[in-house]
Design a protein around this ligand. Structure first.
Ligand code: NAD
Ligand code: APR
Length: 233
């Protein structure tokens, strides 16, 4: 049984990282055009660097929750038959032990050099701009995919979505494409689809199973069910 799990900000909410679109979320206090577009970065790079420096520090100060840990347990049971695709830029999945993981919107713990394309691991602030360790240019930016930019690893993700038997969407509002289209693609190609979210999302097509509640409750219970099915087959 091949499984693809798509995660969004909701899976990290109970670790203490705010989501984007909720009241009090990250997009309430910031204009997306200013901090999450290439044009915003060109206008005011220091503002953007400070925004992501704060996100990087916040991510480093929290720990994975039972939802992240249970997905690592799912990988232990299913091995390479599980791919976790996250829209999150924190590193809580890998710190929980997930290895088969795609960060489609990039990672806070890497910088991206706009001059040479290097993506060095980066744990400290990017403001004021330090030199790139590979080429020396002072053109480092967060390795985060902004609106209007191409997400990472789309070919790998789409191949896995097209081939999966079970597709799960966890803690994502379904507001941002292409991620928001994957459940419909998986469903059209015959996969069983399930949503685990605090509230019903803006799904294009209904999920086969839609469960509402906090991820730290829903995800461990769902993983238990899948592991039991896997053990029987
Ligand atoms: P878009 O043209 O902005 O995005 C196109 C592509 O960029 C998509 O494939 C998307 O996956 C990708 N992308 C780039 N940066 C991203 C990021 N940080 N997070 C997620 N995906 C990213 O098209 P759209 O998504 O339809 O958005 C249209 C515009 O609406 C945006 O440019 C933005 O200004 C605005 N918007 C506002 C909010 C908000 O909460 N206020 C949310 C989403 C979009
Ligand atoms: N458990 C489960 N779901 C939760 C929890 C929780 N404890 N808390 C919140 N949620 C749900 C919300 O109900 C919402 O549907 O998580 C979802 C979070 O949605 P968004 O804030 O829109 O975050 P996300 O879907 O990850 O955003 C997608 O938008 O701006 C971009 O790059 C950004 O990757 C991000 C993308």
């Amino acid at each position: 049984m091949r499984i693809v799990v798509l995660t969004g900000a909701g899976i990290s909410a109970e670790s203490g990282i705010p989501t984007f679109r909720a009241a009090g979320g990250l997009w309430e206090g910031h204009d997306v055009e200013d901090v999450a577009t290439p044009e915003g970065f060109d206008r005011d790079p220091d503002l953007v660097q400070r925004f992501y420096d704060a996100r990087r520090r916040a991510a480093a100060s929290v720990v994975p929750n039972p939802a992240h840990h249970s997905l690592a347990r799912l990988e232990h049971a299913f091995g390479d038959d599980l791919l976790v695709v996250t829209q999150n830029v924190d590193d809580l999945h890998e710190r929980a032990g997930t290895r088969n993981l795609v960060h489609m919107h990039g990672e806070l713990r890497r910088a991206l050099c706009a001059a040479c394309g290097a993506r060095p691991v980066w744990h400290t602030d990017l403001a004021p701009r330090p030199p790139c360790p590979m080429c020396g240019a002072r053109r480092l930016r967060p390795d985060v995919v902004w609106f209007g930019e191409m997400p990472y690893d789309l070919d790998r993700i789409e191949a896995a979505v097209a081939a999966c038997d079970v597709f799960a969407s966890i803690g994502t509002s379904g507001a941002v494409y292409p991620a928001a289209g994957y459940a419909a693609l998986a469903s059209a190609l015959g996969a069983w689809t399930v949503e685990l979210n605090l509230e019903p999302s803006d799904a294009l097509v209904p999920f086969d199973d839609a469960r509402t509640g906090p991820a730290t409750t829903l995800v461990p219970a769902w993983v238990d069910e899948l592991v039991a099915v896997g053990n029987r087959s």
